[in-house]
Design a protein around this ligand. Structure first.
Ligand SMILES: NC(=O)c1ccc[n+]([C@@H]2O[C@H](COP(=O)([O-])OP(=O)(O)OC[C@H]3O[C@@H](n4cnc5c(N)ncnc54)[C@H](OP(=O)(O)O)[C@@H]3O)[C@@H](O)[C@H]2O)c1
Length: 326
């Protein structure tokens, strides 16, 4: 089959993905074989492209957000049949979906309704599952006492889903951050009650809006840089849920507020084997709470389309989600 793949980690300016012939995916017993019809492209994949190289003689296939059709089932895969339209993420330790076909554990896959296009479906899984798990953890809702939530990076793929989920599943007041008129408008369209600018005095903007303190900060972007003012606006014993924590983030400013820190890694379940089914359930439940967030739709799984998608992902300016249809 054909796949967009590369050998050595590389920067955007030396973009080296090529459309190449590769072996068919190796099926495991829990797997579905999916014919890929659309993929979402994320900053995380662009980051992995810069860091991950293939072993000698090998190649890397990225891509962990897809919509497609089931064309094969492993002996232990349950609940899906050939011909089902599905969406999902996958396993970052295995080959991804920027290929004609993908083998993926059935427990991290969900059926998509007939009325949802493949492109729209491919915009949901990564932001949706990431935001859900970071906000709600293993619980049915937000931690007790959370009334004011600040979504930092509200217009991005993850922030868009966080805002929609909060508005649909909770009674919290949702304040999102955006620094441009178009990203502000998008946050409002996602349902934010208030939009403020993360490049300006956040505490001052909150005070001016009559918000004394934030109970939970959902920090999707820029956490390492923003941690000082995040700590400043949080109430003591509040919560920080973050999706972009790196080892280099200094969490010292949070200490005097005694906060709970929610870290999130979308592949935790599939990598560790912990409650893997729950990811498929979350994906299914998402459909009741969010609408698709495609803002750029590129056509054809080609080098040019993927280069453009990586360029958008690395800009840090994405609104919603970039999707490529096969
Ligand atoms: N943990 C996981 O499992 C997981 C899963 C998915 C994603 N992620 C990570 O989560 C992060 C967010 O992903 P995404 O897809 O939402 O990203 P994205 O779509 O690229 O986010 C873009 C948005 O971020 C805003 N932004 C840029 N710099 C910012 C800053 N310094 N402070 C606040 N907002 C800023 C921009 O708003 P303005 O243009 O208005 O400034 C833009 O709309 C990425 O780092 C990604 O790698 C992690």
């Amino acid at each position: 089959m054909k796949a967009l793949a590369y050998e050595k980690a590389h920067p955007l300016k030396a973009f080296a993905l090529e459309l190449m012939d590769v072996d068919e995916p190796q099926m495991r017993e829990n797997d579905l074989l999916i014919e890929v019809r659309a993929v979402g492209v994320n900053p995380g994949e662009a980051a992995i492209r810069q860091m991950r190289s293939a072993p000698p003689g090998g190649r890397v296939i990225l891509g962990w957000e897809f919509a497609g059709v089931v064309v094969g089932t492993g002996p232990a895969a349950q609940g899906f049949s050939i011909g089902d339209r599905v969406m999902g993420t996958g396993d970052v330790m295995r080959d991804g979906c920027w290929a004609e076909r993908l083998a993926v554990d059935y427990r991290v896959v969900a059926r998509i309704p007939d009325q949802l296009s493949f492109a729209d479906a491919a915009s949901l899984p990564v932001g949706g599952v990431t935001a859900w798990e970071a906000l709600f953890r293993d619980q049915s809702g937000l931690p007790a006492g959370v009334e004011n939530v600040l979504v930092v990076g509200g217009a991005g793929g993850v922030g868009s889903m966080a805002t929609q989920l909060l508005k649909s599943r909770t009674s919290a007041r949702v304040i999102s951050t955006a620094s441009r008129s178009e990203s502000r408008e998008w946050c409002t369209a996602m349902g934010a009650d208030l939009v403020i600018d993360h490049t300006k005095d956040v505490a001052g903007q909150l005070r001016a809006a009559g918000v004394d303190q934030i109970d939970l900060v959902f920090s999707a972007k820029g956490t390492a840089d923003n941690i000082g003012w995040i700590a400043g606006v949080l109430r003591p014993f509040g919560h920080v849920a973050t999706t972009d924590l790196t080892g280099a983030t200094d969490i010292e400013p949070l200490i005097q507020k005694s906060v709970s820190l929610h870290t999130e890694m979308i592949f935790s379940r599939v990598i560790t084997g912990h409650d893997v089914h729950r990811q498929g359930q979350i994906l299914s439940e998402l459909l009741d709470h969010v609408r698709p967030i495609v803002t750029t739709e590129l056509h054809g799984l080609t080098v040019d389309a993927m280069r453009e998608a990586h360029s958008l992902a690395e800009s840090g300016r994405t609104i919603g989600k970039t999707v490529i249809t096969a």
